[in-house]
Design a protein around this ligand. Structure first.
Ligand SMILES: C[S@@+](CC[C@H](N)C(=O)[O-])C[C@H]1O[C@@H](n2cnc3c(N)ncnc32)[C@H](O)[C@@H]1O
Length: 253
């Protein structure tokens, strides 16, 4: 694995296992997050495209805090940009984190976003296999799983669960819409993003077409079934905002 520049990350990657570059490039969803222009704009994007973005992060931190001890450790998959890591680290001054993401550019941005908080975070370039086996007190995967086809999503969920302590929570949130109503929901997503200044009005249709054809979105029922198939129990919806749904699920005790 090509290591991320030490200066960019600024700390040892003690909780990361290595992974080949070929494997890193395997899942195309990550590729646009290696485009420096996409990454430079990233921090302004989600808040204008995801209704309730800040509330989603706050609720995720609260759901984690129900189970994660004061000195606990949390695995953050799809940690690029560092936005949720910053919220979690500010909310809980003793928590430590492992943040995993296949995009070196997005990890660089995470390091910048975190600033001094980065001393409590191991940032690892790669996919779920890159994270140590833990076991962790909790895990999150926000705005990421919609990039993964069902088979890889299931594998990723299984690997996430394997890294959790008994009874520990996983919190996920991503696009999830009924298959036969996908386009209508994506138009609603785009309307919110346009109204919030996240997408220029003239790009809305293009954005809907691109998301509709490129993202392997599942329905909420399929998402819940996948979480259960991966071995999670007490799978509960806690967030629903146009196309975005969020669940908390627990590793069996
Ligand atoms: C939309 S961003 C979300 C980042 C962050 N979780 C947030 O909420 O701001 C999606 C991130 O998922 C990463 N990603 C794509 N495929 C992934 C995978 N299979 N495993 C982990 N991360 C992945 C991308 O590199 C990107 O940084």
């Amino acid at each position: 694995m090509e290591q991320i520049e030490a200066s960019a990350i600024g700390q040892a990657q003690t909780r990361c296992a290595s992974m080949s570059r070929v494997e890193l490039a395997k899942w195309s969803g990550a590729l646009s997050f290696s485009d420096p222009q996409v990454v430079a704009r990233y921090a302004q994007g989600p808040v204008r495209q995801v209704p309730g973005f800040h509330a989603l992060q706050r609720m995720t931190a609260l759901l984690l805090a129900e189970a994660v001890p004061g000195d606990g450790e949390v695995l953050v998959l799809g940690a690029g940009g560092g936005l949720e890591l910053k919220v979690f680290a500010e909310a809980q001054p003793e928590w430590r984190f492992v943040g995993v993401d296949p995009s070196a550019e997005m990890l660089k941005l995470a390091s910048e976003t975190l600033g001094p908080l980065a001393s409590r975070v191991d940032l690892c370039e790669g996919y779920i296999d890159t994270a140590s086996v833990g076991p962790f007190d909790g895990a999150t995967c926000l705005l990421t799983l919609h990039f993964l086809p069902a088979e890889e999503r299931l594998r990723t969920l299984v690997e996430l669960r394997r890294r959790l302590k008994p009874g520990a929570p996983l919190i996920v949130a991503h696009h999830s819409v009924p298959g036969d109503r996908k386009l209508q929901w994506l138009h609603r997503y785009a309307a919110f993003a346009v109204a919030s200044g996240g997408i220029p009005a003239q790009d809305a249709d293009k954005s809907v077409a691109a998301l509709g054809s490129r993202l392997p979105m599942l329905s909420p029922e399929q998402d819940e079934a996948l979480l259960r198939e991966a071995g999670f129990e007490t799978v509960e919806l806690f967030f629903a905002a146009f196309t975005f749904k969020g669940w908390v699920a627990y590793n069996p005790s």
